[in-house]
Design a protein around this ligand. Structure first.
Ligand code: LLP
Length: 463
């Protein structure tokens, strides 16, 4: 089970008396490779570096808070997924995790496809040159405009999510004189071991058509009858931040079961299945995620076995990792503003960002780790809560963290593994200005998403 996304469980710092806390890490200055991107280390002055650049200089040049994204790490993860799945499969990066023009260019160059779920993501993908046939459009309530733009652009697939949408996509395609390739999103009835808000394969929820009770089979019946559609496959996404492959294996088993039913009823073998995204990453050194190779071997194995048992040709497989590619590639750099010790309770360390740049702690009770990165320290460990600057007591960045006891205003802290669902879910709460995303590679840094300005905020305020 993912520790990072689980809602319940003991919070060791909340109630335990002095001396009952788990041991702090052996070395507070260590930057654990499981949670930091590949090129992160410390220089001889003890300052953390990424891509050869030290964080103090980066903070001076780009300000804080800011996200720093390691391009080499991103590309290496893309290649690891592509190589693990091989030429008979497609890897669609889930753009909702984090999308920008630069990301689209890297994906295009590294041979990945792209899953988008809104007109904005589609526009970004097309603008940055992703060939339309490598794009998949998702969503449980795509607007007429989104469907039209996707069909007209010629996206490789639309993943349809309801009976109404089957008809809408078919009509749109017919009007455009096209036949749109579609997959049907199904819910396979798997309980993914993750936070309720990011689990998507149980039946009582808004995504997909349930296999149980026959709605998925009915959707197939309807789609096969419509001239505007080319039904190419079945899609399942069971949830996010998942650490074991068993849920995917059950999903693959049930999806192949539907392919067999379709063959038996309609005499048609659908050529593709998509098993979605959801692979977990390490937010803290205790998290132990699976490698793409292990996932690929497990998924291919189960699909091949199930197809052999059903007498089906093995369909083309696709997967949609978002977090597992971009999550570990970035960290957020903050400056400490105040340190408030509450005797007998804990020490609150306030930084210059918070829930506007990382909502995941407040929303999912997610765990993160944090390190002092502008220097090393020989001070002892201090159990701390790293909080933001927003007007809300739930504005927590890292709930329970050991920091050196001499942490002080002006120090830089960094929270690793913030590449996914942090900038993409950032808000302007309290009229915060959303931080920039700075890419670091081979000793050079460049902004790919700039920091918002007050002018940006006021431009929208037209009253
Ligand atoms: N495919 C589909 C159809 C999805 O809905 C998602 C995520 C993915 C792929 C990518 O999942 P990933 O590999 O990134 O886990 N905001 C939440 C996560 C919501 C995910 C929504 N869909 C979070 O911060 O944990």
């Amino acid at each position: 089970m993912s520790r990072s996304a689980h809602p319940a469980g003991p919070r060791y710092a909340d109630v335990l008396p002095e001396g009952h806390h788990p041991a702090p890490p052996a070395d507070l200055n260590a930057l654990h490779p499981r949670v930091w991107s590949r090129t992160v280390s410390r220089n001889e002055d003890g300052v953390a570096t990424v891509g050869g650049l030290d964080v103090k200089r980066l903070a001076e040049e780009f300000g804080t808070p800011a996200y720093f994204l390691d391009e080499d790490d991103f590309r290496a993860r893309c290649r690891a997924w592509r190589e693990a799945f091989g030429p008979d499969a497609d890897v669609f990066y889930a753009g909702k995790a984090f999308l920008s023009r630069a990301v689209v260019r890297w994906l295009t160059e590294e041979g990945l496809n792209l899953d988008v779920c809104s007109a904005g993501e589609l526009a970004t993908a097309l603008d940055a040159g992703m060939p339309a046939e490598r794009i998949a459009l998702h969503g449980n309530n795509k607007s007429a405009e989104e469907i039209t733009r996707a069909v007209e652009a010629g996206v490789g697939r639309i993943v349809v999510d309801s009976f109404q949408e089957i008809v809408r996509v078919a009509h749109t395609a017919q009007r455009a004189g096209k036949r749109q390739r579609v997959q049907i999103r199904v819910t396979v009835g798997v309980e993914a071991h993750t936070h309720e808000f990011i689990a998507t394969a149980h039946e009582d929820q808004k995504f997909g058509l349930p296999l149980a009770g026959g709605q998925a089979a009915e959707a197939v019946r309807r789609a096969l009858k419509l001239d505007g559609l080319e039904l190419i496959g079945i899609h399942s996404h069971i949830g996010s931040q998942i650490f074991d492959t068993s849920g995917f294996e059950v999903a693959a088993h049930r999806v192949v079961g539907l392919l067999r039913e379709i063959r038996d009823e309609h005499g048609v073998e659908l050529p593709e299945i998509d098993l979605g995204g959801g692979l977990g990453i390490a937010y803290t050194p205790e998290d132990d995620p699976r490698e793409p190779r292990e996932i690929a071997t497990a998924l291919r194995g189960i699909v091949e076995r199930e197809c052999a048992a059903a007498g089906l040709a093995v369909p083309r497989l696709s997967v949609e990792p978002g977090r597992a590619i971009v999550g570990p590639t970035a960290f957020t750099l903050y400056e400490v503003g105040t340190v408030k010790e509450l005797p007998g309770l804990r020490t609150y360390v306030s930084v210059d960002g918070g829930m506007s740049d990382n909502i995941r702690t407040a929303l999912y009770d997610a765990d993160y780790s944090v390190s002092l990165v502008s220097r090393t320290s020989t001070a002892g460990p201090m159990l701390s809560r790293v909080v933001g600057k927003h007007c809300e007591s739930g504005d927590i960045v890292v709930r329970d963290a050991f920091l050196p006891a001499d942490v002080a205003p002006g120090d830089l802290l960094a929270v690793p593994a913030t590449g996914a669902y942090c900038r993409s879910m950032a808000s302007n709460y309290n009229h915060a200005l959303r931080p920039p995303v700075v890419v670091v590679k081979d000793g050079e840094a460049r902004v790919i998403v700039r920091r918002e300005t007050e002018e940006d905020l006021l431009r929208l305020d037209v009253g």
